[in-house]
Write a protein that binds this ligand. Structure first.
Ligand code: NAD
Length: 320
């Protein structure tokens, strides 16, 4: 059994990973300022500390075996209009966390990076060797933290893994997606299915894809959690391993809407709008390195299964 600090463990992905760590028999402390997370999202059995990563030094000591770092601001649109918030919270906050880890002698880190570090891909599927060229401040701050972690590994022997998620979806029991404002496709289509928004907007039907809509790579949040546990085992002192996490095959916006129709049995009003600036036609991960380096294979790649788990969570939340 090991003891881990999970920053952002009251949020969507962090709460699912914290639940998996507890189920694997580990001890978990969640550090979260509840800026976008929910106190009830913290899994039973985890110790909860309400606070900012900037104050991680108050929590960390040598009894911890590692840190899983999810806490971040992650709204792409907001990052463009309020960049200082993103540099302060994501980069300055991570710097404070990494410093606190070194001061406390905690030498293992798994970090939530993102596909947004790549920007518009030149080659698909996207490998970790692809050029990094983020098109928004959110992606730029995550890339900066990846660089920070690399230098910390080289200079001070940190054992680190950055996992670059593509589109995370699905739910794990009581832990699901609740972003406000919501910007992710599947929860937005649910809102249309529930009549909470008049329609789902499809931005562009003239992309060079089979049905003309954008293709994205959806990964079940529980598969993502599996990868985090494997990353803790794979992390080696002085090395910073970077792995993309995706299914390696994508689904179009139309396919996602059809899947939600099948799973929910509901009508989904659709309105076709023009393309959004900076939306690449296809964003799909190469998961080859995660497979080789972590021994990771997604166990829930079927879109209807991902949507069904998310729908169950949404219905339960709406009934509360
Ligand atoms: N959800 C996705 O599709 C996706 C894709 C790629 C990367 N990511 C990354 O994964 C991580 C988790 O994403 P999520 O969707 O669960 O987001 P989320 O907003 O649900 O969770 C983030 C959590 O961090 C907390 N937090 C934010 N700033 C903090 C601070 N300074 N100190 C302490 N706590 C703080 C929030 O309260 C929240 O509970 C983020 O780093 C995000 O950038 C998510």
């Amino acid at each position: 059994m090991s003891k881990y600090l999970v920053t952002g463990g009251a949020g969507y992905v962090g709460s699912v990973v914290a639940a998996h760590l507890l189920e694997a028999g580990h001890q978990v402390t969640v550090l979260d300022d509840l800026s976008t997370g929910f106190r009830e999202g913290v899994p039973a059995g985890a110790e909860f500390v309400e606070g900012r990563i900037q104050e991680a030094g108050r929590v960390l000591d040598s009894s911890f075996d590692g840190v899983l770092h999810f806490a971040a601001s992650s709204q792409v649109g907001e990052s463009v209009v309020d960049p200082e918030k993103y540099w302060r919270n994501n980069v300055a906050g991570s710097l404070e966390l990494v410093s606190a880890m070194r001061a406390a002698g905690v030498r293992k880190l798994v970090f939530s990076s993102t596909a947004a570090v790549y920007g518009e891909p030149e080659v698909v599927p996207i490998a970790e060797t692809a050029r990094t060229s983020p098109t928004n401040t959110y992606g730029a701050t995550k890339l900066a933290v990846d660089h920070l972690i690399t230098s910390e590994a080289v200079a001070h022997g940190l054992a680190a893994v950055s996992l670059r998620y593509f589109n995370v979806a699905g739910a794990y029991g009581a832990h699901g997606e609740r972003h406000d404002p919501e910007s992710h496709l599947i929860p937005l289509v649910f809102q249309a299915a529930l009549g909470q928004r008049p329609h789902i907007a499809v931005y562009g039907e003239d992309y060079p894809t089979p049905d003309g809509t954008c293709i994205r790579d959806y990964i079940h949040v529980a598969d993502l959690a599996d990868a985090h546990l494997l990353a803790l085992d794979a992390a080696k002192p002085g090395e910073h391993l970077i792995c993309n996490l995706g299914n390696g095959s994508g689904f179009s916006v139309r396919e996602v809407i059809e899947s939600v129709r099948r799973v929910t049995g509901r009508e989904i009003p659709v309105q076709v709008a023009g393309r959004r600036a900076g939306d690449p036609a296809v964003l799909v991960a190469s998961a080859a390195r995660a497979h080789e380096a972590l021994g990771w294979t997604p166990r829930r790649p079927n879109l209807d299964d991902i949507v069904a788990d998310a729908w169950k969570f949404t219905l339960e939340k709406n009934a509360q």
